[in-house]
Design a binder for this molecule. Sequence first.
Ligand SMILES: C[S@@+](CC[C@H](N)C(=O)[O-])C[C@H]1O[C@@H](n2cnc3c(N)ncnc32)[C@H](O)[C@@H]1O
Length: 202
Amino acid sequence: MHADAAVAAPTLIYKLTSIVKRLEPTQIFPQTQPLEVELGSGDGSFLVNYAKLHPERNFLGVERLLGRLRKLSRKGLRAGLTNLRGLRIESAYFVEYLLPPQSVSALHIYFPDPWPKRKHRKNRLINARFTELVHSALAPDGVIYLRTDDEDYFLQMQTVFAANPSFRLVETPAELSAVITDFERNFHARGVATRRSAYAKV
Ligand SMILES: C[S@@+](CC[C@H](N)C(=O)[O-])C[C@H]1O[C@@H](n2cnc3c(N)ncnc32)[C@H](O)[C@@H]1O
C-alpha cells in the first residue's frame, strides 16, 4: 500500500448499507445493549451528554442535516464515546421503515419543527398515525419523551398519545430532565417557556 494512501477519518456517522432493509443495531455499536434514539438530534448537545451518563446504553441520533451530524460526531469522538452514533435520514421514514420492531427502549423527540401555520400542521411529525409507528418500534415498557416550546403542538402531542390506549402518561425522570438540549438552552435564555411529557408503552 502507498504510504500516502487515504485513511478514513474517524466518524460516529453511520452509513446505511441499504435504505430498504431494517437496521441491525448489533452492526452499528460495538456493545449489544439497550438502544435509545433521538429524532432530530441537531448538533448532538443532548445526546452526547446523555450518552456520557449512560455507557450501559447505546444512543442513535437521527438528523437530516449533515453539518449538525458532523458536530455530534466531533463532540462524541472528543468525549471518547463508543455508545453514540449519528444517522442521516428523515425521521418518519426511519421509524416506519428502518427501525426493527420492539428495538428501542427510549425515543427522544425534543423541539421538533412546530409548523405553526394551520395549513402546515399536517407536516408535524407527531400525529395519531405516528403513535402507532412508535408503538411498533418501542420495546416492551419502552418510553417516548417529548419536549416543545409550541403550546399548540404540545396539545396535539398530548391529544394523540392520550387517545391511543396502548400508551400511558408517565413522569420524565429528573436525571433526564436535567440534560437540556441546545434549543432548550436558547429558549430558556430568551425567557420562552418549554413543555415536556412522556408516554410508556403498555
Ligand atoms: C428545532 S431543531 C431541535 C434540535 C435538538 N433536538 C435540540 O433540541 O436542540 C429540529 C432538528 O430536527 C431536524 N429535523 C427536522 N425535520 C427532520 C426530519 N424530518 N428528519 C430528520 N431531522 C429533522 C432539523 O434539522 C433540526 O436539527
